[in-house]
Unconditional design. Structure first.
Length: 480
């Protein structure tokens, strides 16, 4: 800051001289240019007259011996042809104006805050209530200002503790919540409670304590956390269940394989001895045992998939040959229901890279399912290339039948584990409802999908799409 002194008698009068010295007070002029300072170097000429009267700190005209008027101001040198040539007066802003601007900035920040911001006096009465508070608690600013905060948002069972905490802070300068972030229950205007995160700060204003409370509704955050915990618990429970089923299935397979093995030996011996009735009985035992073994295999496969323990064994094979083999395997079972199997596949090899065992399992499941729900009808298996998806060539397998079909409600739960159309379907056609669920999961593991269309009484069509080259486990971009 500098003190610029000059004579100032009447507007239009030339100043008699000027000088610069430390100290001074703020002028009432703004952004005016005074040339001819610094000893009248520029001839003592005023380019623009300074409007108004220059005043001192007490508001009276500032003066000095000889009638010179004095004013303190910040200044910038005017440079003309690389030489200092006068000063630009930049008067300091009045302090009360700065305070008003600062208060306006704070008010703008508080009012635009998404959180609730409440200012209270030392008695806990609300002095400021921002729009975020209205959104969170339901009270308008007109209703809240002047009331004790605890009567507005603190549940009745906590009010006494809250008020005693305020009194303790006023007496000792410390409290349980001041300067900390805590989670508490708050009260909405309509009476329901909501969880909020609370932070309180305190400061003295003209010797009196003032409190500011920042509150955020955390209902949505807690709901998401609860959903996450429930999801994690369900996943953990599912893993435990799958591991248990896998272990039990392994234990069941061992004695069952022994039963099948011994029944086969006994059947051969009975056949050699000509005991046909014994051969038939042992054949029923073997048939029931193989059926039970297939059910155990299905449960074991599903548990492995759900536990994330099912692995892919990717290799190159001829899909056309696999389809022919599957048709030959299932054909006799389809014929028992009076069905005719039609295979549509070009004789040329159709090389693909995938898990051959799992593709075979999917095809067998779909053919068996079609034959189970079709009587004296036709089951068709078609294989063809299916263009490109995401730049990768794909193949399509279509299994259609002329069976009983399905309603939209039945289709909606078709791929759920242990799900069948209804109880009567399970009793009439048998099965556990695992085949399609397993097939869908196996296709997804290989980056493919299964879709179904069906109408009651008009049969069903299952469409399987698979990439011609399934990525090896762990390879970048492998579909999960």
């Amino acid at each position: 800051m500098k003190l610029a002194c000059w004579e100032f008698k009447q507007c239009g009068r030339e100043p008699g001289g000027a000088h610069v010295s430390p100290g001074g007070v703020c002028p009432a002029a703004t952004d005016e240019t005074l040339e001819g300072v610094n000893g009248g170097r520029n001839g003592g000429r005023v380019c623009w007259a300074l409007p108004g009267t220059l005043c001192g700190e007490d508001g009276s005209p500032a003066s000095s011996p000889g009638g010179a008027r004095c004013a303190a101001c910040e200044f910038l040198a005017l440079v003309r042809e690389e030489e200092a040539d006068g000063f630009r007066l930049v008067p300091a802003r009045p302090r009360d104006e700065e305070l008003r601007d600062g208060e306006a900035r704070v008010r703008s920040i508080v009012d635009t805050s998404l959180d609730a911001v409440v200012i209270m006096d030392c008695e806990g009465r609300v002095t400021r209530w921002n729009p975020g508070s209205t959104k969170t608690f339901g009270w308008t600013a007109e209703e809240a200002v002047g009331r004790v905060l605890s009567s507005l948002i603190i549940p009745a069972r906590y009010r006494e503790a809250h008020e005693s905490g305020v009194k303790r802070f006023l007496a000792r300068g410390e409290g349980p919540f001041v300067g900390r972030r805590v989670e508490i229950a708050a009260l909405h205007r309509d009476g329901h409670e909501l969880p909020v995160e609370l932070a309180i700060s305190a400061w003295k204003l003209r010797g009196t304590w003032t409190f500011s409370a920042f509150l955020r509704d955390i209902s949505e955050r807690l709901r998401r956390e609860e959903e996450r915990r429930a999801k994690e618990a369900a996943e953990a429970s599912s893993r435990i269940k799958s591991e248990f089923i896998a272990n039990v299935s392994h234990e069941l397979r061992t004695p069952l394989n022994a039963i099948l093995g011994y029944s086969e030996i006994l059947q051969e011996e009975a056949r050699d001895q000509g005991a046909e009735s014994t051969v038939r009985d042992l054949g029923r035992i073997r048939s029931a045992g193989r059926h039970l073994l297939s059910l155990i295999d299905d449960v074991l496969d599903l548990s492995k998939i759900e536990a994330g323990r099912m692995e892919l064994c990717v290799e190159r094979f001829d899909l056309a040959r696999l389809v022919a083999d599957a048709a030959a395997t299932v054909g006799p079972a389809l014929e028992k229901n009076g069905n005719r199997l039609v295979v549509r596949c070009k004789p040329a090899p159709l090389p693909v890279v995938a898990d051959e065992r799992k593709v075979r399992q999917v095809v067998l499941n779909l053919l068996s399912n079609a034959g189970k729900f079709t009587c004296d009808g036709t089951v068709t298996l078609a294989v063809e290339r299916d263009g490109f998806e995401a730049g990768e060539p794909r193949v399509r397998l279509v299994v259609s039948d002329t069976g009983i079909g399905m309603t939209p409600e039945q289709r909606a739960r078709l791929f759920e584990a242990f799900s069948q159309a209804d109880a009567s379907t399970s009793r009439k056609y048998g099965g556990t409802g695992l085949g399609l669920a397993i097939s869908q999961r196996l296709c997804r593991m290989m980056g493919g999908a299964i879709e179904v269309t069906s109408e009651p009484g008009s049969g069903s069509t299952f469409v399987v799409t698979l990439p011609e080259s399934v990525r090896s486990p762990g390879a970048p971009g492998r579909a999960s």
